[in-house]
Design a binder for this molecule. Structure first.
Ligand SMILES: [Zn+2]
Ligand SMILES: [Zn+2]
Length: 182
């Protein structure tokens, strides 16, 4: 397989210039940048709102085969609790690690390459964030969920209850007992 040369949109905030790293192994560049989130960064139940701030704290390092990117991406998460259906607003950091191979080398389809002296973090970010998102997000570990009888959000009143159900056949009897003990 020969490397595919994608056309890069240099205006994308997730495309970073790496030409100043040259090809001298060991040279590094530190990125502290806030970029707007791309569309569809998430799964159905939780994700990163498009355009929200993503803080990139990355180290770009020239290695023999390419540019190694390591660090974290801190994102805003918006989702819905799987138990109580409340909104979840959260901030989370995800580890980023990706090697972008220099061009002119055979790469697999899922491997990243340096194109026109730029690297595109879009795919990297998706791998780092989306694959780590919970399929059943919770507003908190000990979310009490909804009352199975009336749908009340039990986090608002942990004591919420419908009382002990009394078998109607015993209700009359308890009344009877109440009378006799008086
Ligand atoms: Zn909840
Ligand atoms: Zn209830």
């Amino acid at each position: 397989m020969s490397p595919v040369q994608h056309h890069r949109d240099r205006r994308s905030p997730l495309v970073l210039e790496v030409h100043e790293l040259g090809r001298s192994a060991g040279s590094t560049k530190v990125i502290h940048e806030t970029v707007p989130a791309p569309a569809d960064l998430g799964i159905e139940v939780i994700g990163v709102p498009q355009g929200s701030d993503i803080e990139l704290d990355l180290k770009l390092e020239a290695v023999v085969e390419g540019i190694l990117v390591t660090g974290t991406a801190t994102v805003q998460l918006h989702g819905q609790c799987a138990r109580c259906l409340d909104d979840i607003e959260d901030e989370a950091s995800f580890d980023v690690q990706e090697l972008f191979f220099y061009p002119g080398r055979e790469v697999d389809e899922d491997e990243s390459v340096v194109v026109d002296e730029t690297i595109d973090l879009d795919e990297t970010l998706r791998d780092a964030v989306v694959l780590e998102l919970p399929f059943t997000p919770l507003c908190s570990e000990d979310c009490l969920g909804l009352c199975p009888e009336c749908g009340f959000n039990r986090n608002h009143d942990p004591a919420h209850s419908h009382g002990d159900k009394i078998d109607p056949r015993w209700e009359g009897l308890s009344g009877l007992l109440g009378e006799t003990t008086n």
